[in-house]
Design a protein around this ligand. Sequence first.
Ligand code: C2E
Ligand code: MG
Ligand code: MG
Length: 609
Amino acid sequence: MHTTTGPGPGLHAAEWGELPTAAGELASDAPADAFAVPGFDAVVRLVSRSLHVPLVALVLNGGGAYWFAGGNEVAGQHPLVLHPLYRQAMRSQASQVVPDTLLDPRFRDAALSLDAAPEPIRFFASEPVFALTGQQIGALCVMDRVPRASLTDSEHNALRDAAVLASTGVVLRHYLGRTDPITQLPHRHAFFDDLRAHLNAEVPHAWAIAIDVAPVQRFNAFIRAMGHAYADELMRAVAHRLLAWIPQGTRLYQVGTARFAAVLPDDRMLADAARLDDLIARLRRPFDCLGIPLTIQPGVGLLRINANELRGGDPLRLVMNASHEAQRSVRGWAVYDRTQDQRHQQEFFLVTELAAALTERAELDLHYQPRVDLDSGRCVGVEALARWNHPTLGSVPPSQFIGLAERAGLMHSLTQWVLEHGVAQLAAWRRAGHDIKLSLNVSSTDLGADLVGRLQRVAAHHDLNLEALELEFTENTLLEHSAATHRHLSAIRALGASIAIDDFGTGYSNLAALRQMPATSLKIDQSFVRGMGSSRHDEAIVRSVTELARSLGFRVVVEGVETMQLYDSVLGMACDEAQGFHIAHPLPANEVPAWLAAHRGALPGRRAV
Ligand code: C2E
Ligand code: MG
Ligand code: MG
């Protein structure tokens, strides 16, 4: 077994940054032991003895090569250019035998010589090396300085067996956590070891860089569509570009399926934004992946780390935060930001808690806020608003969990929960003689073909006429995918339910565009309504929007009517309904009947009798 202290006798490990590589791109200061293939020196002895060859090499797809020259160490040389023979062997699924390179037109012109063995290589044979998954990861090559007839059957068998042993070594090396079998880059453990070794009294901190190839879901979808062979090829191609960019003498590590990292030699790179922009530009260029052009969505994160932080924490997690954030940005790279990280952690906690609250714990509740018709002064409906009472966090406001549920894919369950509970409650109130409607807030992620079916099922289950329901969508939702949205909304309208445009005025839409949608009412956002008391400007906006919306056939609802004064102002306008704290705060379900009874006729209306 090869020791980990350095190259074994007669064994020389070299790593190519690029294939073929230029002299400057060799990671020549990389410790050789990190690339050693366990047991390879024994394999080499066996092959060399049974085939009587002086030279044996293991060439791996990712760019690693292990040399053995007939029991003599190939003294301190790096083969700078990977000869076409090796390159072809590396990719060839079949064994190759070149009895005399000088007679073979493919290799005749390319002199193949090593510094330690200046005479050209005349005989060359190779056997592919496969990973456990059946993918070819390289080739075991044997060479001689004199031409040969060919290989005998038994020599061939010996070479084949040796290739299997070599592949076991490569796989073992992977399982020992040292290198990736596809790119042959050192792994996460090596990254940490080296980072630890890098930091000392004189170098109190280091900059780590992480490169994410694509968001996890996108990468998985890519594998599902194209298969692992393409993904492996893509990773090799990405590694290739990274190695061409990375500062000389810096090691690149593969720290995840689609993630690379490195420790930068100093912090000059941070001051050189153009260099990081250049990295992103290189990565955004299409990759030729087995003949198919592919683009990735790279994100590059940077993190300053000191020895203390390394001891207690996981710098890769931190730098990944930055690279994730960067993936969504135009620039493509970002420096780690602690406050953003805290937000992510908090979000992650909330998402898991919300998922549990939705499935196994009864922490969600609906409150209902009355809506009043301004002609009669009577309550004509209530809006259901979700409430989350967390056992330790207390009440979490919808502003914190609605957006989160959308991003985490929980909205479908949340809306289902709201639908079932809201509709059940409304049906109960209507059975008790309260002639009110119910408005439900629906998010853009709900607006798919199945929303219609979900509505129908829930209403049928509670024997509720769908005319008693209204769905509220924000204006941006309505304008997002207009053609499909139009179809779904029309189907909802056809069932008899109403459609409201919520928070109108906060988006960028214009009324004419919204008019194309089959919506029935428009809710003017509370920010304008609240401002009416102090700003004549806001009052003018509310007044003119109301008039325009009504002329377009919308029923107009004003939100955020907090005071008597505001209530009087909207009474003086053309609005149809009002909602706000002056009328009522959102109420728990059991308080609604009492409120309805107490407020009958309590609020003024234009035509109230
Ligand atoms: P929204 O649909 O515009 O609901 C009105 C919000 O304004 C509610 O906040 C309500 O409590 C508040 N509000 C009502 N009158 C007044 C007032 O006079 N003054 C002030 N300052 N605020 C008033 P809430 O309950 O915190 O909900 C916030 C938003 O969260 C809602 O805005 C809605 O967009 C969303 N949301 C709430 N529940 C659900 C739900 O079940 N599903 C979905 N998709 N979104 C929901
Ligand atoms: Mg609403
Ligand atoms: Mg609103």
